[in-house]
Ligand binder design. Structure first.
Ligand SMILES: *[C@@H]1O[C@H](CO)[C@@H](O)[C@H](O)[C@H]1NC(C)=O
Ligand SMILES: *[C@@H]1O[C@H](CO)[C@@H](O)[C@H](O)[C@H]1NC(C)=O
Ligand SMILES: *[C@@H]1O[C@H](CO)[C@@H](O)[C@H](O)[C@H]1NC(C)=O
Ligand SMILES: *[C@@H]1O[C@H](CO)[C@@H](O)[C@H](O)[C@H]1NC(C)=O
Ligand SMILES: *[C@@H]1O[C@H](CO)[C@@H](O)[C@H](O)[C@H]1NC(C)=O
Ligand SMILES: *[C@@H]1O[C@H](CO)[C@@H](O)[C@H](O)[C@H]1NC(C)=O
Ligand SMILES: [Zn+2]
Length: 840
């Protein structure tokens, strides 16, 4: 699942986490909410008739075949927001029609259990079947089997029924054993009206009309063994686009509402490319005969990896000529991420949500890696360093962070761990591991992991074991003597935070070495001082004159201190953490920092772009943590006036934004602004405002980012350009298009200068704009206005169902307001005053 969570934003903005108070669940944390282990599911037969064009009821029938593992007289199934027709509940032994006598049927709301007690114990080792009729409602909460709508080209409202089951919402659609480790096969039947289409994980087997009605039963082929959270179905009037596939075996289709179908081709084609890539990289076939990708009008996460039936928001799928470079990256990433899950997560599933980070971290890393192969122009491996590793470190250095592997039990806790730490830190340490093991070992270990656990579930330690075995066979010299992959990885997954490596070189020609030591990197000085944490740190180094490459020679630091020999001559720089494959920061002695600075000024291209981003991010964050004087850190950044690559600039902008926020209301802001403008100006001029046909994607992204930075520093040319583009657009919204890479900054800059009238005029325009890119830019822009009462109203609209704002966009709007210096307090107060309403 690709996530955008309010809680994550809060963590980011306010530096502490808040626990939602879903009433039913906060009473007692000691009650075990897991299913007993006495029964294991084997097969479901599920029939659903959703009245999508009627009263939104769903009539259901389920038959669950299970095996008895331990003596018991009760059957417990997960169930929520469902009514069971009591008298239809039947239990019998397989191949024995005589019903078991039922003593009672009860519902345990706290554990979300439907409990059937039998008069007699069931026989261990035998198969039983429980069956029942039930009904649910196609809800509007984007959970379970839910409904959302769109307006078609004839102005008619059309409903779409689709599912979102991860993590614990399959139980909202049918009674089931709703834990990821409890896999079963599924026979799914969906009733639909003849003018609608129904889809599920598997291809259609047969359609049968229901009597003489306008209804049809679609029966889908029996599935492979799978977890309940990956089950999916949909009913809609969408039309498919068939993506040509080379192997002829896998049928790939993209389904959207009619009006936007042609904008979904890119996403569909890219998905197929990723599918082919993963098939050959893992050397494991995609196990299903088809892949459908659908874009329901509304959904909670950005995308969801349902096996064979991926769902994605329209804003995460559609692309046209007007799309920004950022948007290309986003759509590509989402598709690759969900495709990676088809293997990692779907074929082999983690037993319990505690290992969620591994599922998501893996998909995060493999998405970018696969794109670097199938779509190299995206430059994803360079982006990874700033957008995932560095982004994660920024959060992971706060006291509010958490270990990526966390014990979770109830549904609220499970939902809380879908955050940037799980995704981005997870992805970053998997990338680190891949490079200390080598690609060859990584692939071998994975292949064995998939082969052994195919269609089953596994734990974190199973993966470590397979990788360890592969490493001992292929690359034993890459591991520290006498230590295992598990020992190394546990230091990264079981404790929160990450280390900073302190490097002190000796420059005596007769004695060239460096002392190294590790310590927790934290913005909270107290925790730095008291921490006794240690990590197994893979250390890679490069000297002036050597070539940058993945997987160079490696040494390990597992203790607090160590020594490096053979450091370079006193006139040569030393850089540790080559291509920033390691999830740690590095601080050097003053002299080495100066040597690096000198190199950046003389010829920055002698240092790989990834390490340029690393140096900037490390320097600015070390300064923030008081481990390096700000003067030295800013000196490192002064070479940026010659820098024309997006990635180092992105690292710089992250760091600058923090300093600007901190100094905004102090006398130091003037000199800071002057310095930053002096660095930005040459690059702003070099890039200009218009995309050129031979620009790479990263140049376009850089242009958008530099424009944004310049405008936020009140760069005169930038502000007047923004005003002019906006004026042209408002005068002729149909004809004139604001350049897509600048859109967000143009709206933000102009809104920042606008009063009530300006806002209202823009809002009127927003309501009638259909272009998704423009609408998104505007939603951000509205958060930049300086009048607090308007911001207040904007927030109310975001959380008001009648305002015309889609519920799924509420967190984006909250973020847009909270991010500005004026809006920060407005958002914080709004959140506290409206907590219950927002949670609801
Ligand atoms: C399909 O038919 C039903 C029943 O006649 C009707 O209510 C619904 O609007 C139709 N849907 C479409 C997409 O034509
Ligand atoms: C919804 O409509 C169906 C079919 O007309 C009917 O069987 C069902 O009872 C209705 N449900 C509710 C809650 O009214
Ligand atoms: C029907 O089953 C539910 C549990 O699903 C229970 O709460 C209810 O009391 C039962 N009703 C009757 C009439 O037995
Ligand atoms: C089930 O159907 C009954 C009557 O048809 C309805 O009152 C009830 O709300 C439905 N239950 C759910 C959970 O939708
Ligand atoms: C390295 O550590 C040793 C032992 O603590 C110390 O004597 C030496 O001065 C250190 N060297 C440098 C360059 O800091
Ligand atoms: C750090 O520790 C000191 C002394 O124990 C304490 O007074 C101070 O509040 C702590 N600061 C933080 C940010 O925890
Ligand atoms: Zn995911």
């Amino acid at each position: 699942m690709g996530t955008s969570r309010l809680i994550l934003l809060l963590l980011l903005l306010f530096g502490f986490s808040i626990t939602t108070s879903a009433d039913a669940l906060e009473q007692d944390n000691d009650i075990n909410v897991r299913l007993p282990t006495a029964l294991t599911p084997n097969h479901y037969k599920l029939k659903l008739q959703p009245f999508i064009n009627g009263n939104f009821s769903v009539l259901g029938y389920v038959e669950l075949e299970f095996e008895v593992r331990e003596p018991t007289d009760s059957i417990m199934l997960h169930m929520l927001d469902t009514d069971i027709v009591n008298k239809t509940v039947k239990v019998f032994q397989k191949n024995n029609q005589r019903s078991q006598q039922i003593l009672s049927q009860t519902y345990d709301g706290f554990r979300q259990f439907f409990i059937v007690k039998l008069k007699h114990r069931m026989v261990v080792g035998k198969m039983y079947i429980i069956s029942m009729d039930f009904n649910t409602t196609l809800n509007k909460r984007r959970k379970g089997f839910y409904r959302s709508s769109y307006i078609n080209e004839n102005g008619v409202k059309r409903w779409v029924a689709s599912t979102q089951f991860q993590s614990t919402d399959a139980r909202r659609s049918f009674p089931c054993m709703d834990e990821p480790g409890l896999k079963a096969t599924f026979d799914i039947y969906i009733a639909r009206q003849k003018n609608m289409t129904a889809l599920s994980n598997m291809p259609l087997a047969v359609s049968k009309p229901i009597d003489d009605s306008e209804w049809v039963w679609d029966h889908f082929e029996k599935s492979v063994p799978m977890s309940t959270y990956l089950v999916s179905y949909a009913v809609f009037d969408y039309k498919p686009i068939t993506i040509p596939t080379a192997d002829g075996r896998t049928k790939v289709k993209v389904w959207t509402r009619d009006a936007v179908g042609n904008k979904a081709i890119y996403g569909g084609e890219l998905s197929y490319k990723c599918l082919k890539f993963f098939q050959s990289f893992f050397d494991v076939k995609y196990p299903l005969p088809k892949l459908d990708i659908i874009a329901p009008p509304e959904m909670s996460p950005n995308a969801m990896e349902n096996w064979g039936l991926v769902t994605v928001r329209e804003s995460g799928l559609l692309i046209d000529e007007a799309s920004s470079a950022n948007h290309y990256q986003w759509v590509s990433y989402l598709m690759a991420h969900e495709l990676a899950h088809q293997w990692f997560g779907n074929a082999v599933t983690l037993k319990w949500w505690t290992d969620l980070w591994l599922n998501e971290g893996f998909a995060t890393y493999m998405a970018d890696y696969s794109l670097s192969k199938v779509s190299p122009e995206l430059g994803t491996m360079e982006h990874f360093v700033v957008n995932r590793a560095q982004a994660s470190m920024a959060l992971d250095a706060l006291s509010s962070s958490h270990p990526i592997s966390v014990v979770v039990n109830n549904p609220v806790e499970i939902n809380e761990i879908f955050d940037s730490i799980s995704y981005n830190k997870g992805g970053s340490i998997i990338r680190m591991m891949k490079h200390f093991l080598t690609q060859e070992t990584f692939r071998e270990g994975l292949k064995n992991y998939f082969t052994e656990h195919m269609f089953k579930s596994a734990e974190q330690d199973d993966l470590w074991r397979h990788l360890d075995t592969a490493a001992r066979k292929l690359t034993p010299h890459r591991l520290p003597d006498g230590h295992t992959v598990k020992e190394i990885m546990d230091t990264w997954t079981l404790q929160m935070g990450f280390p900073v490596l302190n490097v002190k070189r000796s420059y005596l020609p007769s004695h060239l070495y460096a002392n190294i030591s590790q310590q927790l990197f934290s913005f909270n000085k107290n925790s730095t001082r008291t921490s006794m944490k240690l990590w197994w740190i893979p250390i890679t180094e490069i000297h002036k004159g050597q070539t940058f490459q993945y997987e160079p020679k490696l040494t390990w630091l597992g203790k607090q201190q160590g020594k490096m020999d053979n450091t370079p001559q006193d006139d040569r720089w030393l850089i540790i953490n080559v291509l920033q494959t390691g999830y740690y920061r590095v601080n050097y002695d003053e002299r080495n920092w100066e040597l690096i600075c000198l190199q950046l000024h003389e010829n920055h291209k002698a240092i790989d772009v990834t390490n340029r981003a690393q140096i900037i991010d490390d320097a600015l964050n070390l300064a923030r943590a008081d481990l390096l004087p700000y003067g030295s850190a800013l000196k490192v950044t002064s070479y940026l006036k010659f820098e024309h690559h997006y990635v180092p600039w992105k690292a710089a902008v992250n760091g600058f934004t923090y300093v600007m926020d901190m100094l905004m209301h102090t006398p130091h802001y003037g000199p800071l602004k002057e310095y930053l403008l002096s660095v930005v100006q040459p690059v702003y001029e070099h890039l200009g405002l218009e995309d050129r046909s031979d620009d790479s994607l990263h140049t376009k992204e850089l242009r958008g980012m530099i424009f944004k930075l310049a405008c936020s520093l009140d760069h005169k040319g930038c502000v007047s350009a923004a005003k002019e583009m906006y004026a042209q657009w408002i005068a002729d919204p149909e004809g004139y298009k604001v350049p897509s890479n600048l859109g967000q900054s143009v709206f933000c800059t102009v809104m920042g200068l606008s009063d009530r009238n300006g806002w209202e005029k823009a809002w009127q325009q927003y309501i009638i704009t259909t272009d998704a890119t423009q609408r998104k830019a505007m939603r951000h822009g509205f958060g930049c206005i300086k009048e607090t009462w308007i911001l207040q109203r904007y927030l109310s609209m975001a959380f008001d169902q009648k305002s015309g704002v889609k519920q799924q966009d509420a967190s984006l709007i909250f973020g847009a307001v909270a991010r500005s210096s004026v809006g920060e307090m407005v958002a914080w107060n709004y959140l506290r005053n409206n907590w219950d309403h927002i949670v609801e």
